[in-house]
Design a protein around this ligand. Structure first.
Ligand code: ATP
Ligand code: MG
Length: 454
């Protein structure tokens, strides 16, 4: 069968990336491995005389953090703001990296090689070829870019420094889709402020203090305190209009961000698949927990569950296969923010993206037993509801992989639940016949909207 355009494009992209990696390695043997964007950013900072050379030997995310700490106005030059005086260090020990994962063959594969192999092995049948193409196009146009992450990290570092005027030892973490590999260019930035100590502070109290503080910060606007089960402070960065959601000590978000990131990179199809599902759900108004529908987090878990439970699974249970890496007991400082080496999964499933999207809609339209089953990504299966208050009389049950609570509890009205189910059924029906992504969401309009947000 002739290779399809997206297969060719992905392969070319992979080859180009490999070529660039080789060139980078040759050019920067003494400086170690960095991405183009980060290196460019480093160079710019060096040219501007704002960071010290030589650059530290850090992974991409830590390097970004190091750069942005270094360029924060009053930070000591070249030092992370949260550890003044110490030499530049990665903020976390790369526990995950120190546990080499072997796969079936016993050897450890590089991610580029892994991606290329999976893409090569993918089978694209003619019916879902256009659909797969459209999904790749949407993904490529909307996915978060390195520059977006650098900007978010710059804001995080600046905010942390200002917050430390009140909470001297607090640390601010970037979580959610900004860090888990599932973000769009327009995604908000989720933040978790970790205030350690014997006495757990009242989140509302802390957020009220911060709301006061933010009034004096020239770069922050539109602060709004949301007194939800997990209280958050919403605000916006003035120049970029970047939206933030800040919580206090809700550290499970740091753990599950790493888990989701590991799933996101475990198979090359996961990220485009999830991005398209998020766009589809948002367009069809079933992706807003504040309005009684699904949060993005619940939706992502629903996609992962579907990919785990296919006859030939696309994903395993990472918590079952790598319990040490995802232990809920792991000290929060030891949770890596970005695993360098992704545990690869030897799947026999070669379905195209289009086939997977159709299968996902069908699964929740027809096969999944909402009244009886709980979605568990932790166990890579659906288990039968028991009498626990988390599942009893709940319309949708999606288990949080660490806390084991229901992340879909926002769906508490029959009418909203019916709308969600109807949307799965309707989109499946339409997409089955049309095999055109535009029949269930306006691809061009979404791409244009995303571009205008930059
Ligand atoms: P988007 O790109 O739409 O902003 P997101 O991945 O950031 O998507 P959100 O639903 O905004 O998803 O949630 C942000 C993060 O907060 C999640 O990635 C997760 O880490 C955490 N989170 C959200 N809901 C829960 C929950 N019920 N239990 C535990 N953690 C949660
Ligand atoms: Mg978010």
């Amino acid at each position: 069968m002739a290779p399809t355009p997206d297969l060719v494009r992905l392969e070319m992209q992979q080859q180009q990336e490999k070529k660039m990696m080789r060139m980078k390695k040759e050019k920067n043997k003494s400086n170690g491995d960095r991405t183009g964007a980060v290196r460019l950013s480093c160079k710019l900072q060096i040219l501007a005389g704002r960071v010290e050379e030589p650059l530290p030997e850090l992974g991409e995310t830590s390097l970004i953090q190091w750069i942005t700490h270094s360029i924060t106005p009053s930070a000591p030059k070249g030092r992370p703001v949260h550890s003044p005086g110490s030499p530049p260090q990665p903020p976390v020990r790369r526990y995950y990296d120190h546990n080499p994962q072997t796969q079936a063959g016993g050897t450890r594969r590089h991610r580029d090689e892994y991606d290329l192999n999976v893409v090569k092995r993918q089978r694209f049948d003619s019916s879902s070829h256009t659909l797969s193409d459209q999904m790749v196009e949407l993904f490529e146009a909307c996915q978060q870019q390195s520059a977006d992450l650098i900007w978010k990290e710059t804001c995080r570092a600046r905010l942390q420094q200002d917050m430390q005027r009140i909470y001297a030892v607090a640390r601010l973490y970037l979580t959610g889709s900004s860090m888990n590999g599932l973000g769009c260019r327009s995604s908000d930035a989720d933040l978790c402020l970790v205030i350690s100590g014997n006495k757990r502070p009242d989140p509302i109290h802390v957020l009220s203090d911060l709301q006061q503080l933010f009034k004096s910060l020239s770069y922050v606007e539109r602060t709004q305190l949301i007194r939800a089960k997990v209280p958050i402070l919403k605000f916006r960065e003035k120049s970029s209009h970047l939206e933030f959601d800040l919580n206090i000590n809700n550290t499970v978000g740091i753990r599950n961000t790493f888990l989701l990131r590991s799933y996101a990179y475990a198979d090359v199809r996961v990220r485009p698949m999830i991005l398209v599902v998020k766009k589809w759900a948002r367009h069809n108004q079933i992706n807003d927990a504040s309005k009684g529908t699904l949060s993005s987090y619940a939706l992502v878990l629903m996609v992962l569950h579907y990919l785990q439970t296919l006859r030939d699974p696309v994903l395993p249970s990472l918590q079952r296969d790598f319990p040490n890496c995802f232990s809920p007991m792991l000290d929060i400082d030891m949770v890596p923010e970005a695993p360098k080496h992704i545990p690869s999964y030897n799947t026999r499933n070669h379905s195209s993206l289009g086939e997977l999207l159709l299968g996902f809609l069908k699964y929740y339209a027809r096969d999944f037993r909402w009244d009886k089953q709980v979605i568990s990504v932790r166990e890579a299966k659906a288990f039968t509801k028991n009498n626990s208050p988390d599942w009893r009389n709940k319309y949708i049950c999606v288990e949080e992989p660490f806390e084991r609570r229901n992340v879909a509890r926002a769906v508490h009205e029959q009418v909203k639940f019916d709308a969600i189910r109807a949307q799965f059924a309707e989109s499946w029906r339409i997409l089955q016949t049309r095999k055109d992504l535009n029949s269930i969401l306006p691809v061009r309009a979404i791409i244009n909207k995303e571009s205008s947000r930059r």
